[in-house]
Design a protein around this ligand. Structure first.
Ligand SMILES: [Cu+2]
Length: 574
């Protein structure tokens, strides 16, 4: 059994976890008296004991005195204001809805009650479920979805990863008007590619998606041998909520808070619940469809050492199946893996990441258990051990990508820089960022500065996609390409900006290949719609611009897109 992490592969956790200190900012002075910025700690020693913090702070995390007592300048919003929760339906688990070509589904966004750790919250869902119904269709099917908006905010549905007709892409202001409360909109949803996709609200996603407006879609290939055989299949959507004591932390009604790093929750949910559980027979091979529905969290997933075989990315299988020790799942990404559970006992599904306190330059491991797979002593039947051990080459994927290989080494047609422009942030935040003492890592796995993050709003800063050639930014870029062209896009994530952070960049309506990261060509590709660009990295993408229309390209961190980080990729019809 080969267990390896290939650095050029998209899943190299080690490459995303190493601190970036030397690359950008000089080592810091210890926070405290010598800096004049009191490194206050919560608790009795600061005299702050008993003062209720509006956001939860990790134990031992240093605080900045200058920010103490501030709250973000937002109009607080939570779903269902003025609604008696007792009148709302209790959430139901997501149900599989199998649909055939031509079928129609009614999908209603609505208020729901949910119970988490014994407390009841008002949140959103579709058709009484959150995640919403799992839509399962054959490849090449087209279905009709009648969307009804029964929440108090305007909404739309975006069909993430699908190369469908532009007018049904669900982007307010680009492909349609937002659907007002009480109104409906009919989508024609086409599924040209097999794999794992998801649908979600594309209006105020930092509220609506975060509060539960998302669901999975599984597109089945007609090829019965598309994946190797498995004893079970599980579709898992990962999500996180930020709760303090018994309160959901409110959202900004007109602009997001947590605009620097996005909202990272302290309650981790799998398919809307804590403590995922699965029981399988000994030796079972389980195919997992992973979807990251979080606003900002990147996951590094593994199963207590059980072998993981990587099968597929966002929009296709990989050229070659490979064994990996963990799966790095950026916001909005999907991976299909198989896991074999060789011995009876318990295997924890964990998110194992590196935590860091920016101000201290302290790094330590952080592990959250998302669920448990219990393996009983009955042997799995059939026994797929041999099929699991065989690493297949997907000749159809290799042949398809062959058409694009001549473009791999071409110079880029367009180069974007990812950066940020700070505006009227709190003085304490500006001081901290300007003293060149903050540490950054390629990927922010945890919120290492929650108070500063909470206090930053989308009105106080702008996240930027900048066209290097023209200097134009975000929605002013105005990029047009001809349908059928193959476009090389280089994206550089500036590590010297005011606040560097990874950005999961998503392109609507097309498929793309990650051909190169920091000068290292990708050895094993799948077609993607979302790519993580770590701090300081340069990524070369090859876009198959096959689908005409005005397609949004944006950072999928909900607070970043709401703070400006979006542009439109125009594919002009032939
Ligand atoms: Cu971003």
């Amino acid at each position: 059994m080969k267990l390896s992490l290939v650095l050029a592969a998209p899943l190299a956790y080690a490459a995303f976890a190493a601190p970036l200190v030397a690359q950008q900012k000089p080592p810091m002075k210890k926070m405290g008296a010598d800096t004049g910025m009191a490194g206050m700690k919560m608790g009795a020693d600061t005299g702050m004991a008993g003062m209720a913090m509006p956001i939860p702070m990790p134990k031992g995390m240093p605080m900045f005195g200058a920010l103490q007592g501030l709250t973000p300048p937002i109009t607080p919003f939570l779903p269902g204001e003025g609604v008696d929760p007792a009148t709302l339906p209790m959430v139901k688990p997501s149900q599989v809805v199998r649909m055939r070509d031509g079928d129609t589904l009614d999908l209603t966004a609505m208020l729901l009650r949910r119970t988490i750790e014994g407390r009841t919250y008002v949140m959103y869902g579709y058709n009484g479920e959150s995640p919403g119904p799992l839509i399962r269709v054959p490849q090449n099917a087209t279905i009709i979805v009648r969307f009804h908006n029964h929440i108090e905010l305007p909404s739309t549905v975006h069909w993430h990863g699908l190369r469908l007709d532009n007018r049904y892409d669900g982007v307010p202001g680009v492909t349609q008007q937002p659907v007002a409360p009480g109104d409906s909109f009919t989508y024609k949803v086409h599924f040209p590619d097999a794999g794992v996709y998801w649908y979600h609200s594309h209006v105020s996603t930092y509220i609506e998606r975060a509060m539960g407006l998302f669901g999975n879609m599984i597109v089945d290939s007609p090829d019965p041998d598309y994946y190797s055989p498995a004893n079970d299949e599980q579709s898992l959507m990962f999500d996180d909520l930020l709760i303090n004591a018994d309160t959901l932390i409110p959202f900004g009604k007109n602009t997001p808070d947590f605009a620097l790093m996005g909202r990272l929750g302290n309650v981790l949910l799998t398919n809307g619940e804590q403590g995922y559980h699965l029981t399988v027979p000994q030796g079972a091979v389980v195919r997992f469809n992973f979807t990251n529905a979080s606003s900002s969290r990147t996951y590094n997933l593994s199963f207590s050492g059980a072998p993981i075989k990587l099968l597929a990315g966002d929009v296709s299988r990989f050229e070659h199946e490979q064994m990996v020790s963990s799966v790095v799942l950026g916001v909005a990404q999907r991976y299909v893996v198989e896991v074999r559970f060789p011995k009876p006992g318990r295997y924890a599904l964990v998110n194992a990441v590196q935590e860091m306190y920016h101000s201290q330059g302290e790094f330590f491991p952080h592990v959250d258990t998302l669920g448990i797979v219990t393996v009983d002593s009955t042997p799995a039947a059939p026994d797929y051990a041999a099929q699991f051990a065989a690493l297949r080459t997907n000749a159809a994927v290799v042949r398809d990508i062959d058409h694009y290989r001549p473009y791999f080494s071409r110079p880029p047609d367009k180069t974007f820089t990812l950066t940020i422009r700070p505006g009227s942030l709190p003085l304490g935040t500006i001081q901290f960022m300007n003293v060149d003492t903050a540490y950054y890592q390629p990927v922010e796995w945890m919120d290492g500065m929650p108070l500063m993050n909470w206090l930053s709003t989308g009105k106080q800063l702008t996240w930027i996609i900048r066209d290097q050639a023209t200097g134009r930014e975000n929605m002013d870029i105005n990029w047009h390409v001809k349908q059928g062209s193959v476009v090389k896009l280089r994206i550089y994530n500036d590590p010297f900006s005011f606040h560097p952070m990874q950005h999961p960049i998503h392109l609507h309506g097309q498929r793309m290949l990650v051909v190169d990261r920091d000068g290292v060509p990708t050895q094993n590709m799948s077609w993607e719609d979302t790519v993580i660009i770590p701090v300081g990295s340069t990524v070369d993408l090859l876009i198959d611009a096959s689908n005409p229309g005005a397609w949004l390209m944006h950072c999928h961190i909900a607070e970043h897109v709401a703070s400006g980080m979006e542009t439109v990729f125009h594919v002009d019809p032939r």
